[in-house]
Design a protein around this ligand. Structure first.
Ligand code: AMP
Ligand code: ZN
Length: 460
C-alpha cells in the first residue's frame, strides 16, 4: 500500500508529510522515565502513544531504530536517594527494573537501546565543552555552566514563545543559580552540600549534568545529529525540548530533529496526573483491581494522542468491553481456521486513518464497524472462506498496532517484531539476514514458515 503519512509537527504547528532522513528507516528518540518513583499511567499514556506510533511505522514497512533514555540523575533522584540514605544507583536501579516490568505488562515494544544518563556523563561533558568553545555557554563563579539563550536566535520556536515576555516554568525555577539572563539554563550544576556523595569530575570542578543535556548527548550518540522523530508528553515541550534544540543545534550546527511529536496529558479529576501532585495510579495497582493489561492499553490509546484523556474506572470498564468484542470475534474466526494474505477494503481506510496523524479513534472505529459487519454475516452463515481469511488477517494486522488480543496462541511482541524484520529482509532479498533472524526466532522457541498464504509463526 502506497500512502502518504502525515504527522503534526510541534515545531511548525502543522501536519506535514513524513519523509524520513534515510529512505525506509526511521530513527526515533523518546524521553524515558525519571527513575525516582514508579511511572504512573499518565506517563504510560505517553509511552503507549509512542508504542503505537512505532508499531504503525513498522507495519507500513519502516525499519525502526528506537532509543529511550533513563534519567537516573537530576534534582529529584538525588534528593530521594539522599533522603532514603541509599546510593543513587540503588534507587534508580530499583525503579528502572519496575519500569521495565510495567512496559512488559502493557506489551510495549522495548526500545533498541535504553541509554542510562550516568553512563554518558563523558559525552555530556564533551558537548558542554563545545558549547563553551563556541560562546554559547558560560561558566559561573561556583563552577556551574549555563547555556546563554540570547546566542541562539531560534530559541522559543518550539514553544512558540517570545522570550522577551517570557514565562517561568517550574523546571526553570529549579535550575536557578546565578545567571546572565533568568531563562539561561544549566548545562552543568556545581556540587552542593545537599548532593552528598553524588558528583562527577569535570573541567569546571565537581558537579553533575543538567537534565536537558542528558537527552541531547544520548540522542545524538545513538541516532546521529540529524534524526527523524523526537517524542514526549506536552510538558516536555518547554523547557526540556526547547533546550535540547538549543544545545544540539548550537553544538553541531545540524538540523537535529525533523519531527517533534507530543502527546497530551492524562488527567484525573481535571488535574494532570503527576508524581509531584501525588494523584497517581500505577499499572500494577490497576491489574490488582482486576483490569487486564489490554483494557488499560485500550483506555490509553483509544483517544487521539493530541487530546486530553479524562481517566476514570468507568473508562476502564468500557475498554474491557471493547477488548472483549475484538477477542470474541477473533476466537470465533479462528475456529474456522483459514489463512490468507488478502485484506478487505476497510483495511485501506484503517491504514489511511493512522496515516493521518495517527488517528487511533478513527482507525478503531473502522475496525469495530467491520467487526459488527462480520459478526452479522457469521450469524447468518453467509461468510465465504476468503472473507474469513481476510477478516483474520485484518484483525491480526490491526493487533500488530493495538495489541489487544489475549488468546493463548498469541505471538509475543519480541517474536512478532522479529517476524516483521525477517519479512522485510526477504522482501529486499537479503537472504543472509533473513536466515539469521529465523535462527534467532528458533532459539526463542518459535518456528517461522513461508507459504503461499504468507508468513506463519507458531510455537516449536
Ligand atoms: P517523567 O518521568 O516525569 O520525566 O515523565 C516521563 C514521560 O511521561 C514524559 O514524556 C512526560 O511528558 C510524560 N508525562 C508525564 N505526566 C503525564 C501525564 N499526566 N499524561 C501524559 N504524559 C505524561
Ligand atoms: Zn528527554
Amino acid at each position: 500500500m502506497n500512502m502518504d503519512i502525515q504527522f503534526y509537527n510541534t515545531l511548525t504547528r502543522k501536519k506535514e508529510k513524513f519523509i524520513p532522513v534515510i529512505d525506509g528507516k526511521v530513527s526515533m528518540y523518546t524521553c524515558g522515565p525519571t527513575a525516582y518513583n514508579q511511572a504512573h499511567i499518565g506517563n504510560f499514556r505517553t509511552f503507549l502513544f509512542e508504542d503505537v506510533l512505532k508499531r504503525f511505522l513498522m507495519l507500513v514497512g519502516y525499519e525502526i531504530n528506537h532509543v529511550m533514555n533513563i534519567t537516573d540523575v537530576d534534582d529529584k533522584t538525588i534528593k530521594k536517594a539522599n533522603n532514603e540514605n541509599i546510593s543513587l544507583k540503588e534507587l534508580t536501579d530499583k525503579y528502572t527494573k519496575i519500569f521495565m516490568e510495567d512496559l512488559e505488562t502493557l506489551n510495549i515494544l522495548p526500545a533498541d537501546i535504553f541509554p542510562i544518563a550516568t553512563e554518558h556523563v563523558d559525552d555530556m561533558i564533551v558537548m558542554i565543552k563545545s558549547l563553551i568553545d563556541k560562546d554559547h555557554a558560560y561558566i559561573t563563579d561556583d563552577g556551574s555552566v549555563y547555556f546563554s539563550i540570547k546566542t541562539f536566535e531560534e530559541y522559543g520556536k518550539l514553544t512558540n514563545l517570545d522570550f522577551d515576555n517570557q514565562i517561568q516554568s517550574e523546571r526553570v525555577a529549579a535550575d536557578e543559580y546565578s545567571k546572565e539572563t533568568p531563562q539561561d539554563f544549566a548545562l552543568w550544576k556545581s556540587w552542593k552540600d545537599e548532593d552528598g556523595e553524588i558528583g562527577w569530575d569535570s573541567p569546571w570542578g565537581k558537579g553533575r549534568p543538567g537534565w536537558h543535556i542528558e537527552c541531547s548527548a544520548m540522542s545524538i550518540k545513538y541516532l546521529g545529529d540529524h534524526f527523524d522523530i523526537h517524542c514526549g508528553g506536552v510538558d516536555n515541550i518547554f523547557p526540556h525540548h526547547e533546550n535540547e534544540i538549543a544545545q544540539s543545534r548550537c553544538s553541531f550546527g545540524s538540523p537535529f530533529v525533523n519531527v517533534w511529536m507530543h502527546s497530551e496529558h492524562l488527567n484525573l479529576e481535571d488535574e494532570k496526573m503527576s508524581k509531584t501532585l501525588g494523584n497517581i495510579l500505577s499499572v500494577p495497582s490497576l491489574v490488582k483491581k482486576g483490569y487486564t493489561p489490554e483494557s488499560i492499553r485500550f483506555a490509553l490509546i483509544s483517544s487521539h494522542y493530541r487530546t486530553k484523556i479524562a481517566f476514570s474506572e468507568t473508562k476502564l470498564t468500557e475498554s474491557k468491553k471493547a477488548v472483549h468484542r475484538i477477542n470474541e470475534v477473533y476466537d470465533r474466526l479462528k475456529t474456522l481456521q483459514k489463512t490468507g494474505t488478502s485484506l478487505p477494503n476497510e483495511y485501506e481506510d484503517f491504514v489511511a486513518a493512522l496515516s493521518d496523524d495517527l488517528n487511533t479513534p478513527k482507525a478503531l472505529g473502522i475496525l469495530f464497524s467491520y467487526i459488527k459487519k462480520i459478526n452479522k454475516k457469521m450469524d447468518i452463515s453467509s461468510f465465504s472462506e476468503k472473507e474469513t481469511a481476510m477478516s483474520i488477517h485484518f484483525i491480526e494486522n490491526a493487533d500488530k498496532i493495538f495489541s489487544l488480543l489475549t488468546h493463548d496462541g498469541r505471538i509475543p511482541e519480541d517474536i512478532s517484531a522479529l517476524v516483521l524484520k525477517r519479512d522485510k529482509a526477504r522482501k529486499s532479498k537479503d537472504w543472509q539476514l533473513s536466515d539469521k533472524i529465523r535462527e534467532k526466532i528458533n532459539q526463542k522457541g518459535w518456528i517461522v514458515e513461508d507459504s503461499s498464504d504468507g508468513t506463519k509463526c507458531y510455537k516449536a
